[in-house]
Design a binder for this molecule. Structure first.
Ligand SMILES: CC1=C(CCC(=O)O)c2cc3nc(cc4[nH]c(cc5[nH]c(cc1n2)c(C)c5CCC(=O)O)c(CCC(=O)O)c4C)C(CCC(=O)O)=C3C
Ligand SMILES: [Fe+2]
Length: 319
């Protein structure tokens, strides 16, 4: 039997602390080596404490996503190729560089890199790719990258299913479907990305339109969330402001639908499930959020399809 060639798949994700004691090192890494002020550290620790039940949810979710993705990739059962997935995290262990070095140590010469975030920004996906590329070059590895997959039909279907499911729940509890404002959201970035010609905002609007169309939703708008607390301006309006404004216009039902995140983590479990719910209570409006994709088979198929398509483009597969 002919030995199958191994293609490495570098699956990159943001990364999360390993324990509450690790939050300081993690935060320092995000801040490019500058340790946070004690109050900033306490504030972040408090937020994690509110959502962490033993395991940091993003760590568990990323582990599961990578496992499921590898299984999905090998379902193609290509005659001469086997896919092996490696994690590479932006701000935690195993770092992106570790992931590439682990592939090289296993004798991998051809690899594909993909990020567990569908939209490209020079500040997000761009920096993941830059780091992976630099390490791959050192070991002479041939690596190709998927920059975005924000309009993949299976991704759109997965999000649309989740929007429809929650709209049904609103209807069951007495609301009219069209009275529910769907708020598509994503992590804000500094406003300066627009002047840089960054595609991030446009890609998010494209995903929003496609999901709305697929789910038959006309009553929607896009809003940002989780902006950094720095002095430079961040893209807005923020979801909390949007909720307030809508409540003043007598909108009573809102469905927050984060499209830039693919997993349950701090920005979903704290910023939306705790912080936004507190605001909803003050405003006396009903706010739900769509379930995160996590290991949704449609999402796993999206990732696997992108990887195989990229392999074909790079002539890594025959047939
Ligand atoms: C675009 C984008 C995504 C989505 C795309 C992608 O997934 O890549 C994302 C995801 C995430 N962001 C996360 C966590 C944090 N992000 C922070 C800070 C920052 N995020 C930024 C951008 C993004 N972040 C930026 C420009 C900053 C300012 C500092 C800097 O210039 O880099 C801070 C510092 C404190 C604070 O500001 O809250 C934390 C703790 C977690 C993990 C949650 C968990 O552990 O459960 C996830 C998935
Ligand atoms: Fe972040």
């Amino acid at each position: 039997m002919k030995l199958k060639k191994k293609i490495g798949v570098l699956v990159m994700s943001y990364g999360t602390p390993k324990s509450l004691d690790d939050v300081e090192a993690y935060y320092t890494h995000i801040r490019r080596g500058r340790p946070p002020e004690p109050e900033q550290l306490k504030e972040l620790k408090d937020r994690y404490e509110a959502i962490v039940g033993g395991v940091f949810p993003l760590r568990e979710n990323t582990d599961r996503q990578v496992e499921h993705m590898q299984a999905e990739l090998n379902k193609f059962d290509l005659p001469d190729v086997e896919f092996v997935c490696y994690q590479g995290l932006k701000h935690s262990d195993p770092f992106i560089e570790d992931g590439v070095q682990n592939m090289a140590a296993d004798g991998i010469t051809d690899a594909i890199g993909i990020v567990l975030a569908p939209h490209y920004s020079i500040m997000s996906v761009g920096s993941y790719i830059k780091r992976a590329k630099a390490t791959a070059e050192e070991s002479g590895m041939n690596i190709r990258f998927i920059e975005s997959y924000h309009l993949h039909p299976k991704l759109i279907e997965a999000f649309a299913n989740r929007v429809s499911a929650k709209l049904d729940l609103f209807v069951e509890t007495g609301a009219q479907r069209d009275d529910v404002k769907v708020l598509f959201s994503a992590h804000s970035l500094p406003e300066k990305i627009l002047a840089m010609g960054d595609p991030y905002r446009d890609q998010l609007l494209e995903t929003s339109r496609a999901v709305a169309e697929k789910a038959g939703v006309t009553n929607w708008q896009f809003t940002w969330q989780s902006a950094g607390r720095t002095s430079e301006p961040w893209l807005g309006p923020d979801v909390l402001e949007t909720m307030k404004e809508l409540s003043e216009q007598d909108v009573r039902y809102m469905l927050v639908s984060p499209l830039g995140f693919v997993s349950d983590h701090l920005e979903v479990l704290y910023d939306l499930d705790i912080e936004a719910q507190e605001v909803a209570e003050e405003l006396d409006v009903r706010v739900m959020r769509i379930d995160s994709l996590n290991t949704d088979p449609l999402y796993m198929q999206t990732l696997a399809d992108c990887v195989v398509t990229e392999c074909r483009k790079g002539a890594l597969l025959h047939g």
